[in-house]
Write a protein that binds this ligand. Structure first.
Ligand code: AGP
Length: 608
């Protein structure tokens, strides 16, 4: 997804903004560009390709500017080419802007400007902001912004420079985050606070409809009426973690191997084992919230929705609380019915997913209490929600989520056990589940130690172009996640189904060219899944099973089996998912895919 970075201060601006863009690379992008003002002229470089390519261009012709804006583009409107890359300008290049979001009424605005004789050069929606600004500009940045911003429908985070104000940057946002880092007589602008944590942990978050004018002498924030707004500077406590691949060939593999440690981070001071109780005091949620909860509503997208779907099984099984899981992009347009005492849990690794943010806004408007399950401090979701439970997975750079997924599921498991012990779980049951959940880091390490075996399986199955992933109970949402991983990493089509559903149509696709990956990590439904295997075998469908050790009869039916360490059904999705993350990783490796930044994908989907 697009990333914005800007700098105002006394250092050389271009190296700072290039360095800032590098911290935003994880979001996924296809083009990059920078701009600044020098001697009354708007100077810029932009092109499709990576930031390294842009840096090389800039080595040839340095931009000596005192304030600079920069952008990584993830294409929404218009092909991937240099014309559509940001920054965008007006016809006379009096200003440059960079934009994150979607201007939904850009066609109307564009045709009105074209009717006034204004020539556009790009296919993007973003260019209309620059053209509109120049059309209305009469010398005052703030007044111009107050005039044009209400005309823009949709979402935007904007940073811009104008040739009349060479040392300044102007910013604005609506439903797309923008953070301002406050340094010693210098300011940073970024889509993500991690972009400037190296320089300052003092941050001001721009709210919807606010405008910022940033000069070396200071920062002024105005509301939509043009009145000065006194903003609190917040301090970000998380340290900029060393973001490096270490000895791994990909961030994704490093993050898969991080999982024993990242899961353990969640367990620190968490268990009161003698009472079979989970301690969540550090998360700052009042117990009344939990005591009053009679329904749970989970909102998320993608992998986070899969984690929420595992969570739903956990809440209903361990806490006996009716739980509804919703895909944010669908839910937000449902005019949702929010019952009293509903605990809303919004799950988002990035905390910036536009659909989940919009769904939460809708729920807040209906008076719901929202708990965020998130991985990034200072994210929009964590600031929008009543409480945030941080999954403590550490920075996840690979676009395909791995350790965030398992930490989301583990956190939801802890929450479900906590709620369960409040309602009906006995002390003995609590002690049992605590003993089981504490084993997870070791079980994951055991799976990781068999990576070579999984690589062999990936080599054997790599030539297939279609897969089914099936499972029952907890293994169904686990199969959804496993199928997504294969699609994302290797571009192979994969479809997940509840195993019992195959016979209701999809089995028409089963033949010797369409393997099924069967997830057996659910003892409760084991025999039923075996029957499903027979149905597939009868139609010559190859089967690759991931099954807990001890279920020996599986190997007499399937073509290949990867033996998993055994655990209770409730927590089986964790070792199973790690094995399937490795399977997808090696399938993609064999196919030579760009594993950390797969084509078309973004780490943080900040547009609808
Ligand atoms: C996960 O591998 C994908 N990159 C994607 O489905 C992701 O989970 C989804 O976009 C939600 O992101 P979030 O958790 O940051 O909200």
């Amino acid at each position: 997804m697009c990333g914005i970075f800007g700098y105002v201060g006394n250092k050389k601006a271009i190296p700072i903004v290039l360095e800032g863009l590098k911290t935003l690379e994880y979001r996924g992008y296809d083009s990059a560009g920078v701009a600044g003002i020098s001697q009354g002229k708007t100077l810029f470089y932009k092109d499709k390709g990576k930031i390294g390519h842009l840096a090389k261009l800039l080595e040839k012709k340095r931009l000596e500017v005192e304030a600079a804006i920069a952008h990584t583009r993830w294409a929404t409107h218009g092909k991937v080419n240099s014309l559509n890359a940001h920054p965008h300008f007006d016809a006379h290049e009096t200003l440059a802007i960079v934009h994150n979001g979607i201007i939904e009424n850009f066609q109307k605005l564009k045709s009105d400007l074209v009717a006034q004789g204004i020539a556009f050069v790009s296919e993007t929606d973003s260019e209309v902001i620059a053209q509109l600004f120049a059309f209305h500009f009469q010398g005052n940045l703030k007044q111009t912004l107050l005039k044009i911003l209400p005309l823009l429908e949709g979402s935007f985070a904007i940073a811009g420079v104008h040739r009349n104000f060479p040392k300044d940057i102007f910013v604005a946002c609506k439903n797309s985050p923008l953070a301002i880092g406050v340094g010693e007589s210098e300011y940073f602008v970024s889509s993500d606070v991690n972009g400037f944590l190296k320089y300052t942990n003092k941050v001001i978050f721009l709210e919807n409809h606010e405008i910022g004018l940033i000069q070396p002498s200071g920062l002024k924030i105005y509301n939509e009426k043009g009145e000065i707004v006194a903003k609190q500077t917040e301090s970000i406590t998380s340290k900029i973690e060393e973001i490096s691949k270490l000895h791994y060939p990909h961030f994704t593999l490093k993050e898969i191997y991080d999982q024993p440690e990242s899961i353990n981070r969640l367990f620190k001071n968490r268990f009161e084992e003698e009472f079979g109780a989970i301690c969540l005091k550090d998360m700052g949620i009042d117990e009344e919230t939990f005591m009053e909860t009679s329904r749970i509503l989970i909102l998320a997208c993608g992998t986070s929705w899969h984690a929420g779907s595992v969570g739903a099984y956990l809440f209903e099984s361990l806490s006996r609380i009716p739980t509804q899981v919703e895909i944010s992009s669908e839910f937000r347009y449902k005019n949702p019915i929010v019952m009293k005492d509903t605990l809303v849990i919004a799950i988002s690794q990035s905390g910036e997913t536009a659909d989940t943010l919009a769904a939460v806004h809708e729920l807040k408007a209906k008076g719901a209490k929202v708990i965020a399950v998130c991985n990034r401090e200072g994210s929009e979701l964590s600031r929008l929600s009543d409480h945030t439970l941080f999954i403590q997975a550490g920075p996840e750079i690979g676009v395909c989520s791995t350790k965030a997924f398992t930490n989301q599921v583990v956190l939801l498991s802890l929450l479900a056990l906590h709620l369960g012990r409040m309602h009906h779980l006995s002390k003995e049951e609590g002690i049992h589940f605590i003993r089981e959940i504490k084993k997870l880091p070791g079980l994951v390490s055991e799976v990781l130690s068999c990576a070579d075996e999984i690589h062999v399986l990936a080599k054997k199955y790599n030539h297939f172009t279609h897969f089914f992933f099936i499972g029952r109970s907890y293994m169904y949402p686990t199969s959804l996640e496993a199928a997504l991983k294969l699609k994302e990493m290797s571009y192979i089509h994969a479809q997940a189904y509840p195993a019992g559903e195959l016979k209701h149509g999809p089995i028409a696709l089963i033949d010797s060219n369409c393997p099924t990956v069967a997830l057996f990590g659910n003892k409760h439904t084991f025999s039923k899944l075996l029957s499903n295997m027979m149905e597939i075998k009868a139609r010559e469908g190859p089967i690759l099973a991931f099954a807990p050790r001890g279920f020996d009869e599986v190997s007499s039916i399937v073509d290949d089996v990867f033996w998993l360490p055994d655990t209770c059904d409730e927590f089986a999705s964790i070792p199973t998912s790690v094995a399937l993350q490795l399977f997808s990783y090696y399938m993609a490796l064999e196919r030579g895919c760009d594993i950390d930044q797969p084509r078309n994908l973004a780490k943080s989907v900040t547009v609808e």
